[in-house]
Structures are given as C-alpha cells and as structure tokens.
Design a binder for this molecule. Structure first.
Ligand SMILES: [Zn+2]
Length: 195
C-alpha cells in the first residue's frame, strides 16, 4: 500500500490541477471527469459517494430523539410513535389509559415520548462529508448561463474539498516513514510541467 502512494500522489496532483483549470475555463464535463478520476484514485474506504439524497439528509437540520437504553440518536422525523396501553396501576397513577412511545432503530427498545431527550443537530460548514451531491445538470429548469456557473462553482468546491479531506485521511494513515512523497509533491508543484 505504501509503495503505491507516490504514484497515486502524482496522479492526484495532475487531476486536481486539471479539475481547477477546467472549472476556470468553463469546461464542466472535463471538470467533472477530473474530479471523478480523483475519487477513483482513493481506496474504496476513503472514496466519497455521489448522492444528492444522502447529502441532503446529512446536512439538513435534524431533530434527534436519544434512546434511553443505548443512547443512539434517531432522526425524529423518521421515528414512528404509537400508543401503548398502560398497566392498571400506572393507569391509576397517571390518570391516562395510554402513553405515546417510539422504538429505537438501533436496539429495538421502547422509549416513552414524554421522557425522551430531543436534540437539534446542526452540521457546521465546511462539511467534509464522505458523500457529495450530484453535479448540477445544465437542463435544470430554465437556468441561465450565469446561474449555472454559480451553481456549478458551489458544487465544484464542495466536491473538491470533500475529496481532499479524504485524501488527507489516506495520506495520514499511509504516510511513508521517509516522507519521500512529500518531497516529490513540492518538486512537482515548483516545476509544474507534468501534464
Ligand atoms: Zn436504543
């Protein structure tokens, strides 16, 4: 694995540069191609996936219900509540015949809604998630040229920074002892003629 890194690192620098210059000159297909090539260089464990749905699910503000048994955080919007009949004694004490409960998706334990701890999750930017939304399509509605450019740029930098974050993780875990790869990177960047 370590021997592979310097080669991958060279390819990574090339595709990164290609993606940025394609973005600058408005060659959006080439830009997406270069970004996908960058992703392809990463081992599966580090590779971000492309899913608008999953990205939105992760970045939307979510109210989470905490399980009293295993402390798992359940998305409250996805939690189903139902009524259970209280045992006779509790019925008398509380003055109610039923109580609202929900079931933890992790441990299947039944939680009482009235005593459930709820927390508001807000993800901070930058996200550096392992999931990237799909690139904007050019035929989305009646989007004008400028509008598309802005939308694409936002997506591009989000995608590149997410890939860089994973590349950083990969490097940290497989950094060769002699740090040869880092010397090589600096010499390539100075020379700048590797295309
Ligand atoms: Zn649980």
């Amino acid at each position: 694995m370590q021997a592979e890194l310097p080669d991958k690192n060279t390819a990574f620098i090339v595709y990164r540069r290609e993606s940025i210059s394609s973005w600058k000159s408005g060659k959006y297909d080439a830009c997406i191609g270069a970004l996908y090539s960058l992703m392809g260089l990463l081992p599966a464990d580090y590779r971000p996936s492309i899913s608008t749905e999953e990205f939105e699910l992760l970045t939307n503000q979510n109210l989470m219900a905490v399980c009293s048994e295993c402390s798992a955080e359940n998305n409250f919007a996805a939690v189903k509540t139902f009524d259970v009949t209280l045992p006779f004694l509790l019925d008398i004490l509380s003055g109610q015949k039923t109580e609202k409960v929900w079931v933890c998706s992790q441990c299947d334990k039944m939680n009482r809604l009235t005593t459930t701890k709820l927390i508001q999750k807000v993800l901070k930017e930058p996200y550096f998630l392992k999931v990237i939304p799909s690139p904007p399509g050019r035929n989305e509605g009646m989007m004008g040229r400028t509008q598309f450019k802005i939308k694409f740029s936002t997506w591009f930098w989000l995608a590149l920074s997410s890939i860089e974050a994973q590349m950083g993780r990969y490097r940290e875990e497989y950094q060769p002892k002699d740090t040869e790869m880092f010397d090589m990177e600096s010499s390539i960047q100075e020379g700048g003629e590797i295309q």
